[in-house]
Design a protein. Structure first.
Ligand SMILES: *[C@@H]1O[C@H](CO)[C@@H](O)[C@H](O)[C@H]1NC(C)=O
Ligand SMILES: *[C@@H]1O[C@H](CO)[C@@H](O)[C@H](O)[C@H]1NC(C)=O
Ligand SMILES: *[C@@H]1O[C@H](CO)[C@@H](O)[C@H](O)[C@H]1NC(C)=O
Length: 501
């Protein structure tokens, strides 16, 4: 009898220890800071920036109503649409005019202002990108059947010199799928600096979701360093459109999407992600997830009730054929408040680089790098720290442009340091130069093309007027740099390089 009692006692103690352990684990992973954090000025500022703190309207019934509500609060859409085109860039610069005159006087260069003016920008881009889009080899063996949905077809059609052919109907199909197909699974990508969600959809599409952090009008704080700036979902969307307009085809397709946080994230989420959901004092659903740096309740993403905007970028294949190689960009920033990178202090940096017998020797690399920095200068992205290519494509491979979330933060500031590779190397691909020259000569303007292109996105307007003005201004600046380079060189051919891409 006594013996049985003793056993029962021991069993009970063990059970109590186990239960306490579980409870303790549960409690220690719970976030206790919600109550006072909400009063934290930072969180409030962020929500104000997103337009969520005031006049919340839970009476909105359908997606369209809600979308209009969100947009009109975030962007002041009425003000935005009717605003006069203040600060519109005047596409005129005397050094660029002189450069064009010089180019017209060189018959072999085949440059005619009049011809450019009379042509159509889109047709020209299609012509210039024709080899890359239609002739350069495919990454995958086309006889292998890797799947018939738009997502797998997109993978199958990747070429050595471009991610996609803009005329391939699979691309618009893929974008449509990403923006509308039923989301079936959600996983956190915890290794990133900010919260990203890996989503799978019914038809098999896989994509990375970045929720909206800032409203489109929220300007990056002037005292913030680039490396503690936050990503913007609209920058990801706009960058894809910009890359496509410029005929690079180096950014994986992206779409905006308004997502229901309850049914399309919370219900599909694992336990770790679920634990970070909470309801804010004014009744909005918020979450912060798990990641390396900015995943705590002071950096929450809050919905309008439970709807949140975000960007979805298609997932690139990760099998052997599509293996990618990454290396530190030679124009990487120091990522330090106290140190400068070598290229910031040494104007001969590029010349030394070109002499090196390293990866930079692969023939198209420097011209690609200059393209990349032209692209980043136009968006205002200072965060390009790595170069990435498809290993299999070897010398023919372009640089893949991923992670474009840190652009479109300052409408009235042009970050000239981004374009340093062009200034120091004084090299630019001829096709890129011709495209920019055409945007100067017109009648098309990059701002209009970008605005028109993003009209197709469910989250239009993606780029507001101030930033649209900025992209034109930046095109003008790039051309003045080319003019300076040509002026300081012996021959136009030393600066403007025709390499077949
Ligand atoms: C989001 O989904 C939940 C669950 O299906 C639903 O109750 C809620 O009304 C949806 N929100 C909106 C704004 O449609
Ligand atoms: C790539 O280009 C370099 C320099 O032009 C050349 O030496 C090398 O053989 C090329 N590699 C391939 C695989 O074509
Ligand atoms: C126009 O540019 C000036 C100077 O850069 C800036 O202060 C002003 O806010 C801009 N106006 C608009 C409407 O963006």
């Amino acid at each position: 009898m006594k013996h049985k009692l003793r056993i029962a006692l021991v069993v009970m103690v063990i059970i109590i220890i186990i239960i306490t352990g579980i409870l303790f684990e549960e409690l220690s992973t719970m976030d206790w800071s919600h109550d006072y954090d909400y009063d934290n000025g930072f969180q409030r500022k962020m929500e104000e920036a997103m337009g969520y703190t005031k006049d919340l309207d839970p009476s909105l019934k359908n997606m369209n109503e809600l979308k209009f509500h969100l947009l009109s609060k975030n962007n002041n859409i009425d003000k935005f649409l009717s605003r006069s085109k203040q600060n519109t860039t005047v596409m005129y610069d005397t050094s660029v005019e002189r450069l064009f005159k010089l180019l017209e006087s060189i018959p072999e260069f085949r440059f005619s202002r009049k011809k450019l003016r009379n042509g159509n920008f889109e047709d020209m881009v299609l012509r210039l990108s024709k080899y890359s889009r239609t002739q350069s080899p495919f990454l995958y063996d086309q006889n292998l059947d890797i799947g018939s949905n738009n997502y797998r077809q997109f993978h199958q059609h990747i070429r050595y010199s471009v991610l996609y052919d803009t005329e391939d109907p699979v691309i618009d199909g893929l974008i449509h799928d990403m923006s509308s197909d039923t989301i079936t699974s959600v996983e956190m990508m915890e290794e990133g600096t900010e919260l990203k969600l890996f989503m799978k959809m019914k038809k098999g599409t896989e994509a990375v979701f970045k929720p909206m952090r800032w409203g489109r009008e929220h300007e990056t704080l002037p005292n913030h360093y680039y490396f503690n700036d936050y990503e913007r979902h609209n920058s990801e969307i706009a960058a894809f459109h910009l890359d496509r307009i410029l005929g690079f085809y180096r950014v994986p397709p992206v779409t905006g999407r308004l997502v229901n946080m309850t049914s399309e994230i919370f219900r599909l989420a694992g336990k770790t992600l679920r634990r970070t959901f909470y309801v804010s004092p004014i009744g909005n659903l918020c979450f912060f997830g798990v990641c390396k740096y900015y995943c705590d309740s002071r950096h929450s993403f809050c919905g309008n009730v439970d709807m949140i905007e975000g960007s979805l970028m298609v997932w690139l294949p990760d099998d052997l054929e599509a293996e990618r190689r990454r290396w530190k960009s030679p124009y990487r920033r120091s990522y330090s408040k106290f140190r400068k990178a070598e290229w910031e202090e040494n104007e001969d940096y590029c010349i030394n680089l070109l002499d090196e017998t390293s990866v930079y020797k692969y023939p198209r690399y420097i011209l690609d790098l200059v393209d990349t920095h032209i692209f980043d200068f136009i968006t205002g992205n200072m965060d390009r720290h790595h170069s990435e290519i498809f290993e299999a494509a070897g010398n023919d491979s372009f640089l893949i442009h991923m992670d474009n979330g840190r652009g479109f933060g300052k409408a009235n500031v042009d970050e000239y340091s981004i374009i340093t590779p062009l200034r120091q190397c004084c090299l630019i691909r001829k096709s890129t130069f011709i495209k920019l020259a055409k945007l100067y000569i017109g009648p098309e303007r990059l701002s209009n093309l970008l605005d028109m292109s993003t009209r197709k996105d469910p989250l239009y307007p993606v780029v507001i007027q101030g930033h649209l003005n900025a992209v034109d201004r930046r095109v003008l600046h790039i051309l003045t740099l080319v003019a300076e380079c040509v002026k300081g060189s012996n021959s136009v051919d030393d600066v403007i390089i025709e390499d077949g891409y």
